[in-house]
Write a protein that binds this ligand. Structure first.
Ligand code: NAP
Ligand code: MG
Length: 477
């Protein structure tokens, strides 16, 4: 049974209640976690406040940098253990879990290097004045983390928050929080002062809601569904807390007739299949120029028919869906595609040796998908790909921008001028040319527009989100 991690140690939940943790590859209960409530969240927030007033708050930027670097090294040293926890908890292939742990370490390495390089700015003003703008920590930051990339998402938000000197309270998704608990235990052993980061496990509508509503939490970083994102914003608004929201997408991969299809093919497929389609920035819509529709369709069909879904240790193309509830949602979505007579182009298979009771869904490709079909506009969060034809450049742009989301896009074309022309018109936070990086790139500023959320994480720019400006005006006349 796992307890919360507050003030540098594991401690029981005030509710004394637990939630079962399932292995998605078998459907079996493997662990229990504490069901945190508002009183546990309050204890964690108080612990973070104490840390800011104590040892952690007194660290200078270089000292924080060294601690973050130590954490990064510790994560790499314990990579196999953390990767096997992550694979068991989420069902993702062990190779992908290893990469996720490396990325967690890389986030701490990157922000360790950045922590002492955040310079202020001087502002030219009236004669006899010197004005400088300094960047300061915000205070207590709340982190609400989803289940699709729990380790990566922890690193993505916790490392920059700590680099800027904030103290954190993390509420991981109840479906995948085992890696974060072990991580924080290791980070504490590596020298992270007590209370600098705390974890309260539990349900979103209980612990998550209490965290976003806590009056002493000054910022919330949230990644998850648009619906929960709205709840979080409403709760944060009541106490004027800043939010950064990342709420998913329906990201287009736009393939023009001059694209190098051989080069594109594996990346187009992996942009969707990676993590069984449970990636906010998955390339779930392939928009293809009419003149090459049939050609790309047949190339994609060959690939899709060969895809295998299986258990984490079987080197599958994708693992199971995270929970029974999500599994039900994805299956229902696929059923609705069949019910509406959407043409199926190809379908992968489920490894016959996959354990009974796991939440396996074979990857499936539909097309041509009408533009007003639900599969063309709504997020599935499963391995379902839509192939949609377009006429020309302006039609491609209109189609790409035709959903409520705007997170990532890719443009496949050998024409450089076209790449830039199209990119300028796309509603997206990231645009890739002849490549795709679903979830990748610690260094790359990332975030959405519209229903995909706002704010930017990753890269140096994230330090601006996790800090605030103070202007110092000095009159020396
Ligand atoms: P979700 O409810 O948005 O969960 C994301 C996180 O928010 C979890 O930690 C969740 O806790 C927490 N949460 C839920 N309701 C909350 C509330 N009222 N206040 C504060 N925190 C709250 O997502 P889900 O139900 O797991 O998945 C549903 C759909 O969300 C998916 O099908 C997918 O479309 C989307 N999704 C997107 C992403 C992404 O990366 N953008 C990630 C996950 C899901 P608990 O899980 O413990 O309840
Ligand atoms: Mg789990």
């Amino acid at each position: 049974m796992k307890e919360h991690f507050i003030n540098g140690k594991f401690c029981p939940s005030n509710s004394h209640q637990f939630i079962d943790v399932l292995d998605p590859s078998t459907g079996q209960v493997i662990e229990q976690i504490s069901r945190g409530d508002a009183s546990d969240v309050n204890a964690a927030v108080q612990s973070a406040r104490m840390a800011l007033k104590g040892e952690w708050g007194n660290k200078n930027a270089a000292e924080r940098s060294r601690i973050l670097m130590k954490i990064s090294e510790t994560v790499l040293f314990n990579k196999e253990e953390l990767a096997s926890i992550e694979a068991k908890d989420t069902g993702k292939p062990i190779e992908l879990a290893r990469k996720d742990i490396e990325t967690l370490a890389r986030y701490f390495e990157y922000y360790a290097g950045a922590a002492d390089k955040v310079h202020g700015m001087s502002i030219p003003y009236l004669n006899d004045y010197s004005v400088v703008m300094v960047r300061e920590r915000i205070g207590v930051v709340g982190h609400i983390i989803p289940w699709n990339y729990p380790a990566q998402m922890l690193g993505r938000t916790l490392a920059p928050a700590l680099a800027m000197g904030n103290a954190s309270v993390v509420k991981p998704a109840e479906d995948a929080c085992l890696t974060s608990l072990r991580f924080l235990e290791l980070a504490t052993e590596a020298g992270l002062p007590q209370g600098a980061a705390n974890i309260v496990t539990g349900y979103g509508h209980e612990a998550g809601a209490a965290l976003s509503a806590h009056p002493l939490v000054e910022m919330i970083t949230f990644t998850g569904s648009p619906q929960a994102g709205v709840q979080v914003q409403k709760a944060a608004a009541e106490h004027y807390a800043r939010c950064v929201l990342e709420l998913g997408g329906k990201s287009p991969q736009i393939v023009f007739e001059d694209a190098d299809l051989e080069k594109a093919l594996p990346i187009l497929v992996n942009g969707l299949v990676q993590n069984a389609g449970q990636t906010c920035s998955a390339g779930t819509r392939i928009l293809v120029q009419e003149s090459i529709y049939e050609k790309l369709k047949s190339l994609l069909a060959d690939r899709f028919n060969a895809l295998v879904c299986g258990a984490p240790d079987s080197s599958p193309d994708c693992g199971p869906i995270i929970t029974k509830a999500q599994f039900g949602r994805v299956k229902q979505f696929i059923q609705e595609c069949y019910d509406s007579k959407l043409p199926k182009i190809a379908e992968g298979s489920i490894n016959p040796h996959a354990p009974e009771g796991g939440f396996y869904v074979a990857p499936v490709l539909f097309g041509p998908v009408p533009r007003d079909h639900k599969l063309a506009t709504e997020e599935v969060f499963g391995p379902v790909l839509a192939l949609i034809p377009f006429k020309d450049e302006s039609d491609a742009v209109e189609l790409a921008n035709s959903t409520d989301y705007g997170l990532v896009a890719s443009i496949w074309s050998e024409n450089g001028a076209r790449q830039k022309r199209v990119a300028k018109q796309l509603d997206a936070g990231q645009v890739f040319f002849n490549c795709y990086g679903a979830g990748g790139g610690v260094e790359l500023a990332f975030g959405g527009v519209r229903k995909s959320g706002y704010g930017r994480e990753k890269g140096f720019i994230a330090l601006e989100e996790f800090s605030r400006i103070k202007t110092l005006v000095d009159y020396h006349g």
